[in-house]
Write a protein that binds this ligand. Structure first.
Ligand SMILES: [Zn+2]
Length: 490
């Protein structure tokens, strides 16, 4: 049976992939595309942030079931704020030990629901071997020791000397090294300046070495982060950034006797986690949440949530979660943010229903599960109010989405990831949210919203035994891979 390798390329977008191949800058991707199935409009989950997306990719469910709502979020009941590391300043405020603990341990061992099983868990329960290279969501049945570099060890006061769980073959930069015969030859990609090995070069080095060692797992998920970092800074050079990712894929293909040999032995898939949207250059492209919420007392950015404030802001770039600390504040908060037309959508929940309106407008759309309508993915819904709020058309009893792909399941997924009340706001195209210490990208790229620019991702499947089902969603990838490896989830 063939093995499966899935490359997760951060912020890869369909139009950039097509232009890169058209300009003959992506021979590896072109090779795979010509021998496979290319889906330009696969839909990712919301918010379009790596942490929530990665959890959905490995569990095959939306955040309402895996319970990781975003990159930055808070638990009003436990009175804690979580940040899986989104820039240097917030980390300084919340504390490196707290953030490193969040991303290294809490995400997998505490936050991701035990009610759902990761692809690694399912595969290894079915006598297959699974592998994860540099992916932050990696829960599995094996325990791996974390080797913190001395500097990080000292800064975090030696508090992080725990084990993390993962599949049999597991790599997390230089912090968790895969259990193979030969160590990865040391190079600059493993230094602190290069993120302790959380980079494209090191990920491909590890993959090549794992295959050479004869220990290639039946399934390997490989995370390539650099395209995202470069796009945030220079979105205009998007083709060049993706061409650099392709050079890493060429290195992988060249490690076989021939590129064809790779495909004879493997199903090779490429996917992205989200797109990016260009942010305008002038200051007014940052929507100042603290100014909009000036009549409320706003909780400062800290690890612990204390009593006595009105609202906690958790900024996920082009989306934000606003947590009213008192139920009386819910509607005043909604009213306060709704007035700004730079805000695209404002969504919240009432019992088992989602309510949503556009920034600067008052029409409300309300929807709920298990009604008489169904979407293109076969999920059943009921609704009341103005469908144009989410640019939805109903054709008979079928709901068709356009500007906000798979909008109902994705909004529902984000709002019901937690039992507490929360308001989700998204920024209009060209804008992102500004709040205490959150990283911003004026003149650069950003993501997080429900809009199709952030939400449609390319999916490339090469060497598989059958077609990937369309219309495609990122949450369907887990099941497709399990079937390719002859494993049924039931
Ligand atoms: Zn990003």
């Amino acid at each position: 049976m063939k093995k499966v390798i899935l490359f997760l390329i951060d912020s890869m977008m369909p139009d950039v992939l097509e232009r890169c191949i058209g300009a003959k800058q992506a021979p590896a991707m072109q090779f795979l595309l010509e021998r496979g199935q290319y889906i330009p409009d696969c839909v990712t989950v919301f918010p379009t942030m790596t942490a929530s997306v990665d959890c959905s990719l490995i569990t095959g469910v939306y955040p309402d079931r895996h319970k990781v709502p975003g990159l930055v979020w808070c638990d009003p009941e436990k009175k804690e704020m979580y940040n899986y590391i989104n820039g240097a300043i917030p980390i300084r405020k919340i504390g490196l030990a707290h953030c490193a603990g969040n991303v290294l341990f809490d995400l997998n061992e505490r936050h991701m629901s035990k009610e759902v099983r990761t692809i690694h868990e399912v595969l290894e329960e079915n006598k297959r071997v699974s592998g994860s290279i540099n992916v932050i969501a990696h829960r599995g049945h094996k325990q791996h020791k974390v080797h913190l570099p001395p500097l990080l060890d000292a800064i975090t006061s030696f508090r992080l000397r725990e084990k993390v769980s993962g599949p049999t073959i597991m790599s997390l930069g230089t912090l968790v090294r895969p259990d193979i015969f030969r160590p990865i030859t040391w190079n600059m990609a493993q230094t602190i300046a290069e993120g302790y090995g959380i980079n494209d070069t090191y990920a491909i080095d590890v993959l090549i070495e794992v295959i050479r060692s004869g220990k290639q797992p039946d399934f390997t998920l490989v995370y390539l982060p650099e395209n995202d970092h470069k796009l945030h800074k220079n979105p205009l050079d998007s083709v060049q950034h993706l061409a650099e990712v392709d050079r890493q894929l060429v290195r992988f293909l060249d490690s076989f006797d021939s590129w064809e040999q790779m495909l004879e032995r493997n199903v090779c898939m490429l996917i992205s986690d989200h797109g990016q949207t260009m942010i305008g250059e002038s200051d007014d492209h940052n929507i100042p949440l603290e100014r909009l919420l000036a009549s409320f007392s706003i909780h400062p950015l800290t690890a612990q949530i204390s009593e006595g404030k009105d609202v906690v802001i958790c900024n996920n770039e082009r989306m934000s979660y606003l947590y009213p600390m008192n139920p009386d504040k819910l509607f005043p908060i909604i009213e306060a943010v709704s007035v700004d037309p730079r805000i695209d959508l404002v969504a919240w929940k009432e019992n088992d229903q989602v309510l949503v309106r556009q920034g600067g407008a008052t029409e409300t759309l309300r929807f709920w599960r298990d009604g008489p309508f169904r979407d293109r993915y076969g999920v059943r819904w009921g609704f009341e109010g103005d469908l144009s709020v989410l640019d939805v058309r109903s054709e008979g009893n079928v709901l068709v989405f356009d500007t906000y792909p798979d909008a109902f399941s994705r909004l529902y997924g984000a709002l019901f990831a937690q039992p507490s009340q929360v308001v989700a706001v998204t920024a209009a195209v060209g804008y992102e949210f500004l709040s205490e210490s959150a990283p911003t990208h004026l003149g650069g790229g950003s993501h997080g919203s429900l809009h199709k620019q952030d939400s449609l991702i390319p999916l490339l499947v090469s060497g598989a035994s059958r077609q990937f089902p369309t219309p495609a969603r990122l949450v369907d990838v887990k099941d497709f891979i399990l079937q390719e490896l002859g494993v049924s989830q039931l």
